[in-house]
Design a protein around this ligand. Structure first.
Ligand SMILES: [Mg+2]
Length: 219
């Protein structure tokens, strides 16, 4: 089985370190606050393009790279010293430990974070070792297009292809569910983000749990 995990609201709560880093990068580059951001299930690339649109400035690859470089610096500082008390969400550590022990389980990330942002977050919370590959929010602005990238990287990592039927996407938003659907995979939705169990069910998750503490019978 292949298990593709979202980060924010699923594995960890960064205590706002990521949102603050976006706001800081926006202020630093544009000299004023940006638009209100809806981060739930969004990709960082999509967010950065949206911020440029808000200021009617073309989001060239150079501008995106410059923005993300500042974002990365702020994120790392915020995680280390920024007074954003984050945490690994309930049940995550034991679930990852159990999956990692299984000979036929392959774990990866499927996240809207940039590769650098994802690495910083999982490293900060001590989860890096579980996630040798991933598809990231710098690969495509549309989360629904990250699934095929994740499958390709999983195949390269494991040395064999994975079918949709043996793939689970684990996430906390309707966009994670749509992302799973787009590749024909199943979605375990967890209500530790902004959406409650009823909302996640209504969006067609295959399984819904209140927290990953309840994932034992799903495994
Ligand atoms: Mg999330």
């Amino acid at each position: 089985m292949l298990y593709l995990f979202d980060i924010d609201g699923t594995l960890v709560d960064t205590g706002g370190a990521g949102m603050a880093a976006l706001e800081q990068a926006t202020r630093e580059i544009f000299g004023q606050p940006g638009p209100p951001l809806d981060l739930a299930g969004a990709t960082d690339l999509g967010i950065v393009i949206g911020i440029h649109e808000h200021f009617s400035i073309e989001a060239t690859p150079e501008r995106i790279a410059a923005y993300l470089a500042i974002y990365q610096q702020r994120l790392d500082w915020n995680l280390a010293h920024g007074g954003h008390p984050g945490r690994v969400l309930d049940g995550v550590s034991s679930l990852l430990e159990e999956l990692a022990d299984r000979p036929h389980a392959t774990l990866g990330l499927l996240t809207g974070n940039t590769a650098g942002g994802a690495a910083s977050k999982v490293r900060h919370f001590g989860l890096s070792a579980y996630f040798p590959f991933g598809a990231y929010g710098c690969d495509d602005p549309d989360r629904k297009r990250l699934g095929p990238i994740a499958l390709a990287r999983a195949a390269a990592h494991a040395g064999r292809p994975f079918s949709a039927a043996e793939t689970w996407v684990i996430g906390d938003t309707p966009k994670d569910i749509a992302c799973a659907r787009a590749i024909g995979a199943r979605c375990l939705a967890v209500a530790t983000g902004r959406f409650d169990a009823g909302q996640l069910e209504a969006h067609g998750a295959d399984r819904v749990v209140e927290s990953l503490e309840q994932a034992a019978d799903w495994i």
